[in-house]
Design a protein around this ligand. Structure first.
Ligand code: AMP
Length: 447
């Protein structure tokens, strides 16, 4: 018993203080489950309490599939849409498996951006707050290396959330000792295994236990991504037992299990039968460049915006647009990669918390991956992206956890080809926006 809470009470779960239930409409991306409950996973009751207190009453489909597989010691390749509960799908079993009596790092969560690292670490700390003695830390570029070194010296860390460059730095200099790491998550694995990061990842893996024929189970690799490009297949073939190229990305398979001769399995979980989020209705507005600001102004005046993210293609355009919108009387935040990390953190935090009643965030692609702000119901591509992958990650900032939202794309003559290409690649329809914005059905994005 601690803080007056009695885990021995047979009915303790009903006494957990849960947040008010979110009654907004949700799509089957998150509701189509087999009906399991978090109680079914035999979780440590302190962890379970944290999960329930975070407002997770039932596991989402990705959690339902992923949690037992990780707990069983399998390698996991999981293809799931953004915003459907991926973070919980790996954080919950990791916390269950990490032993706080052992004084070394046992689990790593690698992510490609600093914001995502902070967000993930925050979630991890939230659900593990009752797990006394368990130490987790977040380490990313853009902060003082010295501070991280001190933190490693002061406390024995069990779990580390990191961006690859900083972690490698710490490992190379012996500050982060990875020789006993048995669980490695790569969230947004397509990005982590792209040319930008793959060399760093390979180097980090060299500091973790080698997978030997005798001791295959001493290192579990857990890869999560919405898209599975060839770079992932290559990595899987090299590092995960018997992962065959052809298996990854096979759309018609919901689950593929590969038994290796040394006992460890690589399980492929495909939670995606289409690419775009079901709850997001997509529109395009055909505009000329000089009309964009005026159109944006009309849109944000007429739409029922709860919170809105507006994407521009460059840092200059972000700052310019922010100035124009402010002049028009709307308060907005902006964020881009040339800002200092502490400014980035502050802006992101304040937007997420809905501080200063600010509904608009203007940004570059910096924050597209994985970032979760539940109340965003409108995404606007002020500049239309060139690649389907970028498009997918941008619009995925809305419609989190199966909620409804709209995405509006400004398309100029130059963007037409990209629009058709993206529709084709994602097998989705981006409809022309009604001439009268008021005609957009509020039921599509308001609750
Ligand atoms: P993620 O895909 O992990 O970024 O999660 C998207 C959003 O869904 C986050 O705001 C989570 O807090 C929320 N979420 C994830 N899993 C659940 C769950 N089982 N029940 C309720 N909300 C959830």
């Amino acid at each position: 018993m601690e803080d007056g809470f009695n885990y021995d009470d047979a009915d303790w779960m009903s006494k957990v203080k849960r947040p008010e239930e979110d009654t907004r409409v949700k799509t089957d991306d998150v509701t189509k489950t087999k009906g399991s409950s978090f109680g079914d996973f035999s979780l440590n009751c302190r962890l379970l309490r944290g999960v329930l207190e975070a407002g997770f009453s039932h596991p989402s489909p990705v959690q339902e599939e992923s949690i037992p597989n990780i707990l069983m010691g399998n390698n996991v390749l999981c293809r799931a849409k953004n915003g459907t509960g991926k973070t919980g799908a790996y954080c919950i079993p990791l916390l269950q498996l990490v032993d706080s009596n052992k004084d070394y790092i046992q689990a790593l969560i690698l992510v490609p951006t600093r914001e995502l690292a902070l967000q993930t670490a925050r979630f991890l700390k939230q659900i593990s707050k009752y797990m006394v003695g368990l130490n987790a830390m977040c380490t990313t570029g853009g902060t003082l290396l010295r501070d991280d070194i001190l933190r490693f010296r002061q406390k024995k860390m069990h779990l580390v959330v990191a961006t690859p460059g900083r972690l490698l730095d710490l490992a190379e200099h012996g500050h982060a000792r990875l020789g006993n790491v048995s669980l490695i998550v790569m969230d947004e694995a397509d990005k982590l295994l792209s040319e930008d990061f793959v060399n760093l990842i390979e180097k980090i893996l060299q500091y973790t236990p080698k997978r030997t024929r005798k001791r295959a189970n001493n290192r579990q690799l857990l890869l999560y991504s919405a898209t599975f490009p060839a770079s992932i297949s290559q990595f899987v073939a090299k590092h995960m037992p018997h992962g065959k190229d052809g298996d990854v990305g096979a759309e018609d398979q919901s689950k593929e299990e590969e038994d290796s001769d040394d006992g460890q399995k690589t399980v492929y979980l495909n939670l995606m039968d289409d690419l775009t989020l079901r709850g997001i209705t997509q529109f395009y507005a055909y505009v000329r460049e000089p009309q964009k600001v005026h159109c944006l102004f009309t849109l944000i005046k007429k739409l029922e915006v709860n919170q809105c993210i507006i994407f521009c293609r460059s840092m200059n355009r972000v700052e310019l647009l922010a100035r124009k919108i402010t002049k028009l009387g709307f308060s907005c935040f902006y964020i881009h990669s040339k800002m200092t990390q502490s400014d980035r953190n502050r802006v992101f935090h304040e937007f997420r918390e809905g501080k200063q009643k600010c509904r608009y965030l203007i940004c570059t692609d910096l924050i597209t991956r994985g970032i979760d702000v539940q109340s965003v119901n409108v995404v606007i591509n002020f500049d239309f992206p060139k690649a389907a992958e970028t498009y997918l990650h941008r619009i995925g900032r809305a419609g989190r956890f199966g909620h409804l939202a709209i995405a509006i794309n400004f398309v100029t003559d130059d963007d037409r080809k990209s629009l058709y290409q993206i529709e084709d690649d994602l097998e989705t329809e981006i409809k022309p926006i009604p001439g009268d914005v008021d005609k957009i059905d509020k039921a599509l994005y308001c609750h």
